[in-house]
Design a binder for this molecule. Structure first.
Ligand code: SF4
Ligand code: SF4
Length: 185
Protein backbone atom coordinates (compact mmCIF):
# COMPACT_ATOMS: atom_id res chain seq x y z
CA UNK A 1 0.00 0.00 0.00
CA UNK A 2 1.50 3.36 -1.00
CA UNK A 3 1.84 6.19 1.46
CA UNK A 4 0.85 9.25 -0.53
CA UNK A 5 2.24 12.71 0.10
CA UNK A 6 2.91 15.97 -1.68
CA UNK A 7 5.96 18.21 -1.73
CA UNK A 8 5.59 21.89 -2.59
CA UNK A 9 8.89 23.31 -3.81
CA UNK A 10 8.31 27.02 -3.25
CA UNK A 11 11.45 27.89 -5.19
CA UNK A 12 9.76 26.82 -8.39
CA UNK A 13 6.34 28.45 -8.09
CA UNK A 14 5.67 31.41 -10.40
CA UNK A 15 2.11 32.07 -9.19
CA UNK A 16 0.61 31.35 -12.60
CA UNK A 17 -2.42 29.78 -10.85
CA UNK A 18 -2.62 26.94 -13.39
CA UNK A 19 -2.95 24.54 -10.44
CA UNK A 20 -5.89 26.46 -8.99
CA UNK A 21 -7.71 26.50 -12.32
CA UNK A 22 -6.98 22.83 -13.07
CA UNK A 23 -8.23 21.84 -9.63
CA UNK A 24 -11.46 23.77 -10.01
CA UNK A 25 -12.16 22.22 -13.40
CA UNK A 26 -11.22 18.67 -12.43
CA UNK A 27 -13.24 18.70 -9.23
CA UNK A 28 -16.13 20.98 -10.22
CA UNK A 29 -15.40 23.37 -7.38
CA UNK A 30 -18.16 26.02 -7.19
CA UNK A 31 -17.47 29.71 -7.92
CA UNK A 32 -15.87 31.46 -4.96
CA UNK A 33 -14.69 28.22 -3.33
CA UNK A 34 -11.29 26.55 -3.61
CA UNK A 35 -9.64 23.23 -2.80
CA UNK A 36 -6.24 24.79 -3.28
CA UNK A 37 -4.87 28.33 -3.40
CA UNK A 38 -1.55 30.09 -3.86
CA UNK A 39 -0.83 32.75 -1.26
CA UNK A 40 1.77 35.52 -1.37
CA UNK A 41 3.68 35.99 1.88
CA UNK A 42 5.88 39.01 2.53
CA UNK A 43 8.65 38.41 5.05
CA UNK A 44 11.37 40.53 6.64
CA UNK A 45 11.52 44.22 7.46
CA UNK A 46 11.64 47.18 5.09
CA UNK A 47 13.73 47.63 3.00
CA UNK A 48 14.84 44.01 3.22
CA UNK A 49 11.56 42.46 2.20
CA UNK A 50 11.11 39.23 0.32
CA UNK A 51 8.13 37.35 -1.01
CA UNK A 52 7.35 33.66 -0.76
CA UNK A 53 4.66 31.99 -2.84
CA UNK A 54 2.96 29.11 -1.09
CA UNK A 55 0.44 26.63 -2.43
CA UNK A 56 -1.98 25.53 0.22
CA UNK A 57 -4.34 22.56 0.27
CA UNK A 58 -5.54 19.85 2.61
CA UNK A 59 -2.51 18.35 4.33
CA UNK A 60 -3.98 14.83 4.51
CA UNK A 61 -2.88 14.83 8.13
CA UNK A 62 -1.86 11.61 9.85
CA UNK A 63 -3.48 12.94 13.02
CA UNK A 64 -6.54 14.62 11.47
CA UNK A 65 -8.88 16.58 13.79
CA UNK A 66 -11.41 16.82 10.94
CA UNK A 67 -11.79 13.03 11.05
CA UNK A 68 -11.87 12.80 14.83
CA UNK A 69 -14.56 15.48 15.06
CA UNK A 70 -16.84 14.19 12.32
CA UNK A 71 -19.92 12.82 14.11
CA UNK A 72 -21.10 10.57 11.27
CA UNK A 73 -17.93 8.87 10.04
CA UNK A 74 -18.21 10.71 6.73
CA UNK A 75 -14.62 11.93 6.97
CA UNK A 76 -12.07 9.16 7.17
CA UNK A 77 -8.40 8.38 6.77
CA UNK A 78 -7.84 5.84 3.98
CA UNK A 79 -5.22 3.11 4.18
CA UNK A 80 -3.02 4.94 1.66
CA UNK A 81 -3.03 8.00 3.91
CA UNK A 82 -5.48 10.18 2.03
CA UNK A 83 -8.16 11.93 4.08
CA UNK A 84 -11.40 11.44 2.15
CA UNK A 85 -15.16 11.82 2.48
CA UNK A 86 -18.11 9.47 2.19
CA UNK A 87 -20.46 12.05 0.75
CA UNK A 88 -23.65 10.15 1.51
CA UNK A 89 -22.81 10.20 5.21
CA UNK A 90 -22.08 13.94 5.42
CA UNK A 91 -24.80 16.01 7.11
CA UNK A 92 -23.09 19.36 6.52
CA UNK A 93 -22.63 20.11 10.22
CA UNK A 94 -19.28 21.90 9.63
CA UNK A 95 -17.50 20.25 12.57
CA UNK A 96 -14.66 19.35 10.22
CA UNK A 97 -14.51 22.88 8.83
CA UNK A 98 -14.21 24.30 12.35
CA UNK A 99 -11.61 21.79 13.51
CA UNK A 100 -9.18 22.08 10.59
CA UNK A 101 -6.37 24.48 11.57
CA UNK A 102 -5.47 25.01 7.90
CA UNK A 103 -8.80 26.33 6.64
CA UNK A 104 -8.70 23.53 4.09
CA UNK A 105 -12.39 22.63 4.14
CA UNK A 106 -15.60 24.27 3.06
CA UNK A 107 -19.21 23.24 2.60
CA UNK A 108 -20.03 22.81 -1.07
CA UNK A 109 -23.22 24.84 -1.05
CA UNK A 110 -24.33 23.49 -4.43
CA UNK A 111 -24.06 19.85 -3.35
CA UNK A 112 -24.53 20.13 0.41
CA UNK A 113 -21.49 18.28 1.72
CA UNK A 114 -18.07 19.10 3.13
CA UNK A 115 -15.40 19.34 0.48
CA UNK A 116 -11.64 19.74 0.23
CA UNK A 117 -8.62 18.44 -1.67
CA UNK A 118 -8.65 14.67 -2.17
CA UNK A 119 -5.27 14.54 -3.96
CA UNK A 120 -7.59 13.92 -6.95
CA UNK A 121 -8.20 10.35 -5.75
CA UNK A 122 -10.22 9.68 -8.91
CA UNK A 123 -7.11 10.41 -11.01
CA UNK A 124 -4.79 8.43 -8.70
CA UNK A 125 -7.06 5.41 -9.20
CA UNK A 126 -6.39 5.73 -12.95
CA UNK A 127 -2.64 5.96 -12.47
CA UNK A 128 -2.56 9.71 -13.12
CA UNK A 129 -1.10 12.54 -11.10
CA UNK A 130 -3.36 15.04 -9.28
CA UNK A 131 -4.58 17.73 -11.68
CA UNK A 132 -2.57 20.46 -9.94
CA UNK A 133 0.63 18.44 -10.23
CA UNK A 134 0.02 17.50 -13.86
CA UNK A 135 -0.54 21.12 -14.85
CA UNK A 136 2.21 22.81 -12.79
CA UNK A 137 4.51 24.42 -15.35
CA UNK A 138 7.25 25.09 -12.79
CA UNK A 139 7.18 21.55 -11.38
CA UNK A 140 6.65 23.09 -7.98
CA UNK A 141 4.16 20.43 -6.91
CA UNK A 142 5.43 16.88 -6.56
CA UNK A 143 3.22 13.92 -5.65
CA UNK A 144 4.02 10.30 -4.90
CA UNK A 145 4.68 7.46 -2.51
CA UNK A 146 6.69 8.23 0.61
CA UNK A 147 7.42 4.53 1.09
CA UNK A 148 9.10 4.28 -2.31
CA UNK A 149 12.67 5.54 -1.96
CA UNK A 150 12.83 6.05 -5.74
CA UNK A 151 9.74 8.28 -5.89
CA UNK A 152 10.03 11.97 -6.67
CA UNK A 153 8.63 12.95 -3.27
CA UNK A 154 11.16 10.77 -1.44
CA UNK A 155 14.00 12.24 -3.48
CA UNK A 156 12.84 15.82 -2.91
CA UNK A 157 12.57 15.31 0.84
CA UNK A 158 15.92 13.52 1.01
CA UNK A 159 17.74 16.26 -0.87
CA UNK A 160 16.17 19.37 0.66
CA UNK A 161 15.37 20.89 4.02
CA UNK A 162 11.61 20.79 4.37
CA UNK A 163 8.91 21.88 6.77
CA UNK A 164 5.21 21.39 7.39
CA UNK A 165 2.68 24.10 8.14
CA UNK A 166 1.70 24.65 11.77
CA UNK A 167 3.78 21.75 13.04
CA UNK A 168 2.88 22.84 16.57
CA UNK A 169 -0.76 21.89 15.90
CA UNK A 170 0.31 18.24 16.04
CA UNK A 171 -1.73 17.15 13.02
CA UNK A 172 1.24 15.49 11.27
CA UNK A 173 0.73 16.85 7.74
CA UNK A 174 1.58 14.91 4.61
CA UNK A 175 2.20 18.04 2.57
CA UNK A 176 5.80 19.18 2.87
CA UNK A 177 7.28 22.55 1.94
CA UNK A 178 10.71 23.40 0.56
CA UNK A 179 10.99 27.10 1.20
CA UNK A 180 12.55 29.61 -1.16
CA UNK A 181 14.41 31.55 1.50
CA UNK A 182 14.51 29.13 4.41
CA UNK A 183 13.00 29.73 7.80
CA UNK A 184 12.81 33.45 8.73
CA UNK A 185 15.13 34.50 11.58
FE1 SF4 B 1 -8.27 17.52 7.95
FE2 SF4 B 1 -7.47 20.03 7.67
FE3 SF4 B 1 -5.64 18.09 8.05
FE4 SF4 B 1 -6.96 18.26 5.72
S1 SF4 B 1 -5.54 19.80 6.57
S2 SF4 B 1 -6.61 16.39 6.95
S3 SF4 B 1 -8.98 18.98 6.39
S4 SF4 B 1 -7.21 18.76 9.52
FE1 SF4 C 1 -18.55 15.06 9.02
FE2 SF4 C 1 -19.89 16.29 7.05
FE3 SF4 C 1 -20.09 17.20 9.56
FE4 SF4 C 1 -17.80 17.48 8.17
S1 SF4 C 1 -19.77 18.45 7.69
S2 SF4 C 1 -18.00 16.81 10.31
S3 SF4 C 1 -17.75 15.56 6.99
S4 SF4 C 1 -20.79 15.20 8.81
Amino acid sequence: MPKYAMVVDQRRCVACMACVVACKKENEVPPGQFRTRVVELVEGEFPRLRMELRSELCNHCDNPPCVYNCPTGASYKAADGMVLLKKHRCVGCKACVASCPYDARYINEEKGFADKCTFCSQRIAEGKQPACVATCIGKSRIFGDLDDPASAVSAALRDNHHEVLLASAGTKPRVFYIKKFGTPE
